[in-house]
Write a protein that binds this ligand. Sequence first.
Ligand code: PCD
Length: 804
Amino acid sequence: MNEITPTPAERAEKLKGLGSSRKRVEDVRFTQGKGNYVDDIKLPGMLFGDFVRSPYAHARVVSIDAEAAKQVPGVVAVLTAADLAPLGLHWMPTLAGDKQMVLADGKVLFQGQEVAFVVATDRYAAADAVELVEVDYEELPVVTDPFKALEPDAPVLREDIADQKEGAHGARRHHNHIFTWEQGDREATEKVLAEADVVAEEMIYYHRTHPCPLETCGCVASMDKVNGKLTVWGTFQAPHAVRTVASLISGIAEHNIRIISPDIGGGFGNKVGVYPGYICSIVASIVTGKPVKWVEDRMENLMATAFARDYWMQGKIAATKDGRITGLWCHVTADHGGFDACADPTKFPAGFFNICTGSYDIPVAWLAVDGVYTNKAPGGVAYRCSFRVTEAAYLIERMIEVLAIKLGIDAAELRRKNFIRKDQFPYRSALGWEYDSGDYHTAWDKALAAVGYEDLRAEQADRVESFRRGETRKLMGVGLTFFTEIVGAGPVKNCDILGLGMFDSCEIRIHPTGSAIARLGTISQGQGHATTFAQILASEIGIPADNITIEEGDTDTAPYGLGTYGSRSTPVAGAATAMAGRKIRAKAQMIAAYLLEVHDDDVEWDVDRFVVKGAPERFKAMAEIAFAAYNQAIPGIEPGLEAVSYYDPPNMTYPFGAYVCVVDVDVDTGQVDIRRFYALDDCGTRINPMIIEGQVHGGLTEALAIAMGQEIAYDELGNVKTGTLMDFFVPTAWETPHYETDWTTTPSPHHPIGAKGVGESPNVGGVPCFSNAVNDAFRAFGHVHAHMPHDHWRVWKIAHDLGL
Ligand code: PCD
């Protein structure tokens, strides 16, 4: 050893492992037009499918006449429910234990519902033929309001189950009622409310919205009748689960089905569910013997696949006079649309909504959620949140503000007073979760200091005075949020989807020359897994990240896993990756000891090599060990260097964050200018700080969209009023503010590298933060709460109603 021998720190840096802001390896192809998305897949003889969709939200389908459509040159087939019925495929099971029509079976329940599937030699012929399919509808009364849907004389929406008293989640008490899900202690909570010094109560509506990935949903199904193999390329966030479900529904043996998720242009929960388009493409390919492609357009995407939210949350929060929270009560009316197709773990019909006690030490709580059918599209997906966490965070973070108003105290102080303390972790919440780790006070103090909180409040008070004197027409709002997320489903004992336990996996093969490939059960949709999972391995096995290929999304090659959503990849597949890496290292240690002619226990790991204890000049680097694994006959050790890990996490991870938003609101136009947005995230050990920052920027921008305008709105007839990007708000660089990002690091005690998820956090924390800022601007004038989205009109309306 001499001064040019690299130090361990220098060697570690070369690996680009944990903590390195390694550039995203996938961007080389994405920025040069070399991505391979579903619509890039073009197979010989491929046909194209397109849907005839219902213009009505509720109608009987009297007849379907496809004769004229079939005459269009290029049209090969027109499928209706009558064609699928003999195969038992006119209905399909949903992820929530309900069933959904694949093609209209006698009636339609929402505008845009799939009625017939036209298959043609090109997409233009298919579209022309769609126009010519004659459907005779008989209109039925429409219900879009979940409260009206539960009235005794409300129209019966689901005639197929009208008399069924039991649903997938217990008793049904009305023909449009789906389930009641109750958690916590009602009696104790109501007692606390009755005896409390102060109770703040509010109806908080989290409006219906929709993920908006750049790429819509689609697939190419190809049935090879000669070999009996079905291959489906699709925009799937959970390819293995799709394979199992496809096998169960179709009866094709699972080993004869290959599901491939190629590059995906954003998921955001939109691509978790199973849609009629997939089933129809598969059937059409089986019927025609040709590959069939289906890709929805933007309007179809917004109208028919995977809505999110639509929760009416009645909240009551009790406290002592000096601001100590004593209980939380909540009742949710959840609008699920025409079929219950929510994407949640089976035992959680309202997802992880019972994390609604948030970051606070609340002694008792009770919550009940009623799922209701209406004439709206089905879905209920985790649009950038872990199964209804964003609704929960919105509820509690709005209720804290409402309580602060009622108590007449500062909302930052109210939070600080009620935070779960550092020494209380692991912390069991009143609604049953065990929070793994947290240090909320440190994060909160850092955030408030960074924005100069006291000064902001002083400035705001001055502004109110100048407003009252008529010197300005702009008010200032300070939005605060402290959120706790819950990500990383599993554990298998609590979480399954359709009976599939929610573990995840990683399989590693080290090649003889010391480079490697690792395959995972997850699938990146833009998050950068090829970059970050290689970094976890680099630190675990001492091979540079640049020498490790990460592959996901092909069920023929990847180990079984439950996919990517709910920020579960890092907590679950990331853990599997570290564990598989450790298995590699354990074998490498034996090989190194053999090569160094010492006992296994006499060597120790040092960044990228095993060294003989006390003699660091005697070592075997990982590359040499890999070579030896393939060319030396080592007694008692099999050749090769591979490992696989299936990881069932012992608990979920609980990332958290402190956000502050400062806005200026023009009371005459309703225009909201975001002056400042500060986001502190704690996701435990950080794998790639640059990627985390990108995740936070993206998630905050989606939060901005949702809070400030993005909405799927219906009129009384059930027409979608916001079904195009003219009306559905997607922020561009113009509307997007500058974000300041920050962090603290509180590792997860049970995750092998201490990492928690982060992808969803900014959406979960961002929405209440923007909303709190807008509401806060009017606090001095007696305003308490206004529903989102805070578009110009609605903001103007607050000012108008206050007489400003
Ligand atoms: N990380 C790091 N560190 C830590 C954590 C994390 O570095 N500590 C990173 C990782 O690795 C990745 C990311 O970051 O890369 C993320 O992660 P996470 O959190 O774990 O998650 P994931 O699982 O991976 O993913 C998922 C998410 C979600 S869920 C969503 S919505 C979204 C996010 O992700 N999506 C998306 N993000 C994103 N991005 C993009 N670009 N795209 C997309 O699509 Mo759901 O439930 O589905 O609704």
